[in-house]
Design a binder for this molecule. Structure first.
Ligand code: SAM
Length: 204
């Protein structure tokens, strides 16, 4: 049920509204509006010029970041159909020069040519978060941010659940949460924002 703050949020652009409706209709999981606003605010605070995203889906969060903060977004997506739709949406938004879509599995992608980024946003397969973090954190500049989404998993993170697969996934997310909070080379907080988002500042 939408609460007071949900109702208070101003409208987004017609394109973002349309993309959110498309995602809902086609069951594509995308960032919550609250998470989206938080993410964009962090990018502005950080004065981020370039962002690396893992998990584009239909390009919603990448488009929102590029539109709202004027940064360049490089986004990695492994699902061919998602890549196709993301590219259509990015063109419709006239953001082809602001967003680069890499069609690849982020876990196997050759990263030897990857530049350094101000911000890394991890929003792909939840069970692989530690692997994404370890592979892509070296490409975050000192003082840069690593942001992850869905860490509280719809409030289920500490609940007893019937499904064995879901239990395994929640255990992996819990392990990731402990992992980021105990890495001394980052200053990390996990926020009850959106679906649970972490912000890790890479120590200089
Ligand atoms: N960031 C998007 C947004 O908020 O608009 C939503 C991303 S959706 C939650 C997660 C996406 O990550 C899916 O489209 C999935 O195909 C992709 N994904 C999952 N594992 C991946 C991997 N190893 N490499 C690249 N993409 C991956």
């Amino acid at each position: 049920m939408p609460d007071y703050l949900d109702n208070l949020m101003p409208e987004t652009t017609p394109l973002l509204k349309q993309l959110r409706a498309y995602a809902k209709k086609h069951d594509v999981p995308i960032i919550t509006r609250e998470g989206e606003r938080f993410l964009n605010q962090l990018l502005v605070l950080k004065d981020a010029k370039n962002v690396l995203e893992i998990g584009a889906a239909i390009g919603y969060s990448a488009i929102s970041m590029a539109l709202n903060t004027k940064c360049h977004v490089t986004t990695i997506e492994r699902d061919q159909a998602m890549v196709k739709q993301a590219k259509i949406n990015i063109s419709d938004a006239n953001l082809d020069t602001h967003i680069t879509v890499i069609e690849a599995d982020a876990l196997t992608l050759d990263v030897s040519e990857l530049p350094m980024f101000d911000v890394l946003f991890i929003d792909a397969a939840k069970a692989q978060y530690i692997k994404f973090f370890e592979k892509y954190a070296p490409f975050v500049k000192p003082g840069g941010l690593i942001i992850t989404d869905n860490l509280l998993f719809h409030g289920l993170i500490d609940q007893e659940v019937e499904s064995r697969n879901l239990r395994q996934l929640l255990r992996k997310l819990d392990t990731f949460n402990q992992y980021i909070l105990t890495r001394d080379d980052y200053i990390t907080e996990i926020y009850r924002i959106g679906d649970g988002m972490s912000v890790s500042i890479k120590r200089k």
